[in-house]
Write a protein of this length. Structure first.
Length: 336
């Protein structure tokens, strides 16, 4: 999978440049308005990986301390209850860790859920001892799966009680072990899941009877939000976290790389992508070499003497180069 790594490296550089600028501007505003505690950025681990995110957080720390004098929080670090080995992440220098607890794939009993929460809190205790840092539970997310639905039996009529019981269990286990709570709701809701399960065919029939003003019944407000949602679902369903490294700009980089491979015309790629500076386009030469290991320019050449032959060559993937010559022929080429 070297190809994806090469492309995602460019995406990471773009992401971190944008994120760095926004983070520092946010910190300056927080300092200006006397904000006492700040989560200056969202975690990068979803878009890159834990090692890269950890390194970036440490590089940002002295820059943040220069412009902001309040308490800094590394926010919403996600720890799934089904995970046994948590990743290494350097929290040194920060004041708080915002610990996000994801209930993706519920345990099959309430007691197993309690044990899973304790495992996360044990990890939090280790962070406090190692880094001298404080812990905030900053996120509790729910995504129940069909194989774990036995735990919710008896809650069909009052599905909100499931979430309340989970919160209650979290408070029981975490109070005295963490330094604060800040919960917010997440897109996958236990009540919604149970209501859909209860409604069954009746719900589907009602959806199908809804008036359709477009091809879709439910519309995403943002193509970007739709993409990130589908990407997360695909990564979870296929068990392939590498899919989380793909962003919308990855497709732009792929198009630029393939166009340069096809034409070997860097100025054409510059115009196609709308770059103002050729330096921004030169990266596609390196990407093309990394992807295709290109070391030379070898072509198959054909000559068309009339329009019919020219059409046949174009349909076969040849591209027009130049002409006409004394014999009336026009030259076409296709990369070997």
């Amino acid at each position: 999978m070297r190809n994806l790594d090469e492309i995602s490296h460019v995406s990471r550089v773009t992401i971190t440049c944008v994120r760095t600028n926004i983070t520092l501007k946010t910190a300056k505003l927080a300092q200006k308005h006397g904000v006492e505690m700040l989560i200056p950025f969202e975690p990068l681990s979803d878009l890159t990986n834990w090692d890269f995110a950890s390194s970036w957080h440490q590089k940002m720390l002295p820059k943040l301390r220069d412009v902001y004098k309040g308490r800094l929080v590394v926010g919403s670090q996600k720890y799934h209850l089904a995970v046994v080995d948590y990743p290494n992440f350097d929290y040194s220098g920060y004041d708080y860790v915002g610990l996000g607890v994801d209930f993706d794939g519920f345990p099959t009993s309430w007691e197993k859920l309690r044990l899973a929460i304790r495992r996360v809190l044990d990890y939090a205790d280790g962070l406090k001892k190692k880094y001298g840092i404080k812990i905030i539970i900053s996120r509790v997310a729910f995504q129940p799966l069909p194989e774990s639905m036995a735990i919710f039996e008896g809650y069909d009529e009052h599905p909100e009680e499931v979430k309340l019981r989970c919160y209650e269990m979290m408070f029981e286990e975490a109070t005295g072990r963490v330094d604060g709570f800040f919960f917010y709701m997440w897109e996958y809701s236990v009540p919604t899941f149970l209501c859909l399960k209860r409604a069954g065919k009746e719900f589907i029939d009602r959806v199908e009877r809804l008036p359709k003003r477009s091809e879709r019944v439910f519309k995403y407000l943002s193509v970007k939000a739709n993409f990130y949602d589908q990407r997360k679902r695909a990564a979870f369903k296929l068990g392939n976290p590498r899919l989380m490294k793909i962003s919308l700009i990855t497709f732009r980089h792929w198009k630029g790389t393939m166009e340069y491979h096809r034409t070997r015309d860097i100025l054409y790629v510059k115009r196609l992508l709308g770059h103002k500076c050729i330096q921004n386009t030169l990266i596609y030469i390196d990407l093309e070499i990394a992807l295709f290991h290109s070391t030379n320019d070898e072509f198959t050449v054909r000559v068309a003497s009339n329009a019919k032959e020219a059409c046949s060559l174009i349909e076969s993937g040849f591209e027009y180069v130049t002409g006409e010559y004394d014999d009336g022929g026009k030259i076409f080429r296709k990369r070997k």
